[in-house]
Design a binder for this molecule. Structure first.
Ligand SMILES: N[C@@H](CCC(=O)N[C@@H](CS)C(=O)NCC(=O)O)C(=O)O
Length: 279
């Protein structure tokens, strides 16, 4: 419904994958809730953000499932500028690079009667990166080894699971939590331990010969060195344990997308700053 000339335009965008922890645009408000009639599945290949064309990763999409709900965040955009900034960012990140298309659905706010209409980016089966139904074992195998210029694919899945555990501990989502456990088990068998706390994700190789001098943790696209000289051998992974691991690679310089028309120094894809990526 176009807003009348003197009414400030506004809209809501639904985040159920990386948009949960990395919206990449400014917004006025965010609320927790769900959409009905869909399930979250990691059946969208990623050859940019979390994988390569040689070894595609897996990112979230929505599949029709009548009795299911997908929980996430709805972001409120108010005013032409905020809407335009978000749409420009998402059109590039989600559609051009990610293969997603858009539609709207009703969003039900947690513990409220309120509903809003949300703008959704989802991968339909006709896009070339869609993998079609895969078992959680197949997805976990792919995710455990894939990485792209936004980092390791495991970070992508584990941060969604982390959001659900933190904010919606009573919501069951078997597919997601089974996938999380399989990824953690695979990484442990591959000789890695996982660290995920306050959005800092990294992987450490359990190699006794390695000097744990510098542990590069990837934090929202920028690298922060963490001294790990006091690192102790860690017990086997249990779900939710916080242990230390290596950082995942930062963006490759040639992969950054900066808006040279503006003085914005933030990469349009991964939010790291131009200065950092140049170093
Ligand atoms: N549309 C979903 C998924 C968005 C998503 O994960 N898109 C990928 C692009 S393929 C992305 O931006 N990844 C950034 C990252 O992996 O850090 C959402 O609402 O969160």
């Amino acid at each position: 419904m176009p807003s009348s000339p003197h009414e400030t335009p506004s809209m809501w965008v639904f985040g159920y994958g990386s948009l949960i922890w990395k919206p990449g645009f400014t917004y006025t408000e965010k609320i927790i809730g769900f959409i009905e009639g869909y399930a979250r599945r990691f059946w969208q290949g990623s050859i940019s953000h979390r994988g390569t064309s040689e070894y595609p990763g897996r990112v979230a999409t929505l599949v029709k499932e009548n009795e299911s709900k997908v929980w996430g965040l709805a972001y409120l955009l108010v005013g032409d500028d905020q809407i335009a900034e978000a749409m420009d960012h998402l059109d590039l990140r989600e559609c051009t690079l990610g293969g997603y298309t858009t539609f709207t659905e009703t969003f039900y706010q947690k513990d409220k009667e309120d509903t809003v209409s949300v703008w959704i980016y989802s991968a339909t089966p006709d896009n070339h990166l869609y993998t079609g139904p895969e078992t959680v074992e197949q997805v976990a195998h792919q995710v455990s080894k894939a990485r792209g210029f936004c980092g390791h694919n495991a970070e992508y899945v584990l941060k969604i699971a982390n959001f659900m555990q933190q904010h919606l501990p009573n919501v069951e989502e078997d597919d997601l939590y089974t996938l999380e456990k399989l990824i953690l088990k695979n990484l442990e068998q591959m000789g890695f331990t996982v660290y995920l706390k306050d959005h800092v994700f990294s992987l450490i190789e359990n190699n006794p010969d390695l000097e744990y001098g510098e542990n590069m943790a990837l934090h929202n696209g920028s690298l922060q060195a963490e001294k790990t000289s006091n690192l102790k051998p860690v017990p086997p992974l249990q779900h939710g344990r916080k242990v230390r691991v290596y950082g995942t690679p930062e963006c490759e310089p040639e992969n950054h997308l900066f808006d040279n028309a503006s003085d914005d120094e933030t990469c349009l894809i991964c939010n790291c700053s131009r200065m950092q990526s140049a170093s």
